[in-house]
Design a protein. Structure first.
Length: 226
C-alpha cells in the first residue's frame, strides 16, 4: 500500500481523503493506469476549488496472501487492516479491476468480502474496469455497481471502462472517448467529496448499537417494555 500523500494546497486548506483500490495483477497494469488517470482528473477538479487531497493507493496484488488468510481465519494482518481502514475512513474512493469472464476479478471480490458490513456506507465511489473488448463494459453496471450499492456506498453515475482500443493514439476516437468519460466521472466524484465529512468522523468499533441495552432492550428501542 502506498503511504498517504497530500496533493494541493496545505496549511489551513480543506483536505479530503481519497482511497484508490487497484486490482490489477501485472506490473505495469492497465488497471492501475486507469486508476491513476481517474485520480489525476479528480484531484485536479478539487484543487480548482482550493481543496487538498490526501491519497492512499491500495494495490490488491500486494495483499493477496493476507486477503486469503483473512477469508480463512477471520484475521487481517497489520498491512491489510491499514488498507481497509484507509478505504473505510476516506471521503471518496476510486476502485478499478480487470474484467475476467464477464465480471470483476476474484481478488477484487475477496477484498470486498473481508470488509465489515456497513463500513462503506455513505462513501463516494467511482468504479472503473479494464478489459480486452468493449463487450465487457456492461460488467460495471451489472456486477460492480450492485456490489457497492449493497454496501450502501454512493456510486457516481458515470462508470469508466477502458478496452484495449481505448489506449490508442491521443487523437483516436477510443482515446478521446475515454478521456471524456474520465472527466465526467471525476467531476461527479469531486462534487460528492467536496461536502463529505466521513474522514472527520470517529468510529468506535466497540460502540453499543442503538436500541440495545444490558437486558437486550432499551427504554426507547424497538423492544422496549410498555
Amino acid at each position: 500500500m502506498t503511504a498517504p500523500q497530500a496533493y494541493g494546497s496545505t496549511g489551513d486548506a480543506v483536505t479530503r481523503k481519497l482511497a484508490v483500490v487497484s486490482a490489477g495483477l501485472g506490473v505495469p497494469s492497465s488497471t492501475r493506469l486507469l486508476a491513476d488517470r481517474l485520480v489525476q482528473a479528480s484531484t485536479d477538479r478539487l484543487h480548482v476549488e482550493g481543496i487538498a487531497v490526501e491519497i492512499t493507493v491500495i494495490e490488491l496484488r500486494d495483499h493477496a496472501m493476507a486477503i486469503t488468510g483473512n477469508l480463512l481465519n477471520g484475521f487481517a494482518g497489520p498491512e491489510l487492516e491499514s488498507a481497509i481502514e484507509s478505504l473505510t475512513g476516506a471521503d471518496g474512493a476510486i476502485v478499478t479491476t480487470p474484467i475476467f469472464t464477464t465480471s470483476y476479478s476474484g481478488l477484487f471480490k475477496s477484498f470486498v468480502d473481508v470488509i465489515e458490513p456497513g463500513a462503506l456506507a455513505g462513501l463516494a465511489v467511482l468504479i472503473g474496469a479494464t478489459g480486452g473488448t468493449e463487450r465487457h463494459s456492461l460488467a460495471l453496471d451489472y456486477a460492480m455497481r450492485p456490489l457497492f450499492t449493497y454496501h450502501h456506498a454512493i456510486v457516481v453515475p458515470t462508470s469508466v471502462y477502458a478496452a484495449t482500443g481505448d489506449w490508442g493514439n491521443a487523437g483516436g476516437n477510443g482515446a478521446a472517448g475515454l478521456a471524456e468519460r474520465i472527466g465526467r466521472a471525476a467531476t461527479e466524484l469531486a462534487a460528492l467529496m467536496r461536502g463529505s465529512t466521513r474522514s472527520n468522523e470517529v468510529h468506535d468499533p466497540f460502540a453499543i448499537p442503538a436500541g440495545f441495552g444490558p437486558a437486550g432492550f432499551s427504554p426507547t428501542g424497538p423492544y422496549s417494555r410498555p
